[in-house]
Ligand binder design. Structure first.
Ligand code: SF4
Length: 226
């Protein structure tokens, strides 16, 4: 995905974009309680419910719902934008080329993929790997919020602009928001570039690595405090 595509809906004029912003509203105040799966008490139960979800049109065009991967009690959670073709085939997030790059970055930061939790803003593959639209993000938001409630991560890393806008700041730009810590509901959050962007733009690797060093250091602090 190019940086141009990462600038969400650049074709929208400001008033129209403004009108769309509530659908990308940040993590707080969140979805309505009845849309947040509050009655669901385990990730396994939530995964089962989501496997049968058809709340938005993305389900029609994909093979399966890609729920998550990793440690269900992780201190550190990564959220990308949506499954791609390989993820759709395998039923796991971040297993294609971008996922392999994420694995290498994690290893370089002395983090094991198995100890973190990895998911996406939308759980079904958008056709042609397009960005999910605001309605689709809104439809899938309750699942992400339920995952956050059930995993209880100390740190959430938003990978790419869509995740950043959906979770952290509906008006964010990567250049201004990445590499900084934010706190929402007691959870530390940071935005950094999506690994897919690094595959296309070599110059994004260094700032992303700087972000990951901050993430690793804070994660180790959290673990030491256990
Ligand atoms: S993207 Fe999310 S809301 Fe839409 S059908 Fe898939 S699981 Fe349901």
């Amino acid at each position: 995905m190019s940086e141009e595509q990462l600038s969400l809906f650049p074709e929208m004029k400001p008033p129209e974009l403004e009108a769309e912003l509530p659908l990308y509203r940040p993590f707080l105040p969140g979805v309505k309680p009845e849309e947040a799966y509050l009655e669901v008490k385990s990730l396994a139960a939530l995964a089962g419910i989501m496997a049968g979800c058809s709340k938005c049109g993305l389900r029609e065009g994909c093979r399966q719902v890609v729920f998550a991967d990793g440690n269900p009690q992780a201190r550190l959670m990564f959220v990308g934008e949506g499954p791609g073709q390989v993820e759709d085939e395998q039923g796991l997030p971040f297993v294609g080329r971008a996922g392999q790059l994420l694995n290498r970055i994690l290893k370089a930061a002395s983090l094991e993929r198995e100890e973190v939790y990895i998911t996406n803003v939308v759980k079904c593959r958008p056709p042609g790997n397009r960005l999910p639209n605001p309605d689709e993000v809104a439809a899938c938001r309750g699942c992400l919020e339920a995952q956050i409630r059930l995993v209880k991560p100390n740190i959430i890393v938003c990978l790419g602009l869509l995740a950043t806008r959906a979770i952290l700041d509906g008006r964010a730009t990567m250049a201004t928001i990445r590499g900084k810590w934010f706190t929402r509901q007691g959870i530390l959050l940071m935005a950094t570039y999506h690994p897919a962007a690094l595959l296309r733009r070599e110059e994004l690797k260094r700032p992303t690595w700087e972000d990951f060093k901050l993430i690793r250091d804070r994660y180790l602090e959290v673990k030491r405090g256990d």
